[in-house]
Design a protein around this ligand. Structure first.
Ligand SMILES: [Zn+2]
Ligand SMILES: [Zn+2]
Length: 238
């Protein structure tokens, strides 16, 4: 947090250095990123990522979309527009927030985007099957995504029963857990742990962590078996 000198913000442990929430999903042929955060450029440089086939968005909050302009690097190298997938609310927001990208008269060098507005119909990118579903971020509909045994949910604090059924049977879930204190639009750590137990998902990694949650090492020790704090650079084999 800018300007903060708490134990987390001054920690020397790299696992306490958290950029904004995003994941990269890779199969032998296909690479997808979920959300282009304000840190997107740094995140792609950090892992030396050289290929990107598509971007999936969860919701239009700035900490999940602000880095979209930087996909233009992939436009240059891949010589084609980027396929971008979002629910209707997010697609409309992208057109406002990045009006120059969607303008009739475009200036040179701006991102080239194929915007696909999606609903909860399953679809495939390359060799990766994707099941979108809606979760609730206070009153905002947010897309979570299931990739066979792997489920990714960020920025939620409520999940409808029929969606819980869509998530059940996952082997690994990444789920937002902001802090211990109640929040209007994010699961707390306790709520996230309870949901993982309710859904009987064997492996959980918590994400979208505030500095208010505490230091990685200390919180990690207090989690039930199978549950972990995510951290920047974490890689999972599914
Ligand atoms: Zn949000
Ligand atoms: Zn967020």
């Amino acid at each position: 947090m800018i300007g903060c000198s708490c134990a987390v913000c001054t920690s020397g442990n790299p696992k306490d250095k958290r950029l904004r929430s995003s994941i990269l999903i890779e199969s032998p042929t296909t690479t997808i990123v979920i959300d282009t955060t304000p840190d997107f450029r740094c995140q792609m440089l950090r892992v030396h990522n050289t290929k990107l086939d598509a971007v999936l968005f969860t919701h239009p909050h700035k900490d999940h979309i602000a880095g979209l302009d930087d996909i233009r690097a992939y436009n240059f190298f891949q010589q084609k527009p980027m396929d971008v997938y979002a629910n209707a609310l997010t697609a409309e927001a992208l057109k406002h927030e990045f009006a120059y990208v969607f303008a009739d008269k475009k200036y040179p060098g701006i991102p080239q985007i194929n915007l696909h507005t999606i609903d909860e119909t399953p679809f495939v990118i390359g060799d990766i099957p994707i099941q979108p579903f809606t979760v609730w971020h206070h009153k905002m509909p947010v897309f979570g995504y299931r990739f066979q045994k792997f489920t990714y949910i960020t920025d939620a604090n409520r999940i409808d029963d029929h969606v819980k059924e869509m998530i059940a049977g996952s082997g690994i879930i990444v789920l937002n857990a902001l802090r211990r204190e109640k929040h209007i639009s994010h699961f707390t750590l306790g709520e996230a742990i309870a949901l993982v137990q309710e859904l009987k998902i064997p492996n959980a990694y918590f994400t979208h962590i505030s500095h208010q949650l505490g230091k990685h090492e200390e919180v990690e020790k207090q989690l039930p078996p199978g549950s972990h704090l995510g951290y920047d650079g974490l890689q999972l084999l599914v």
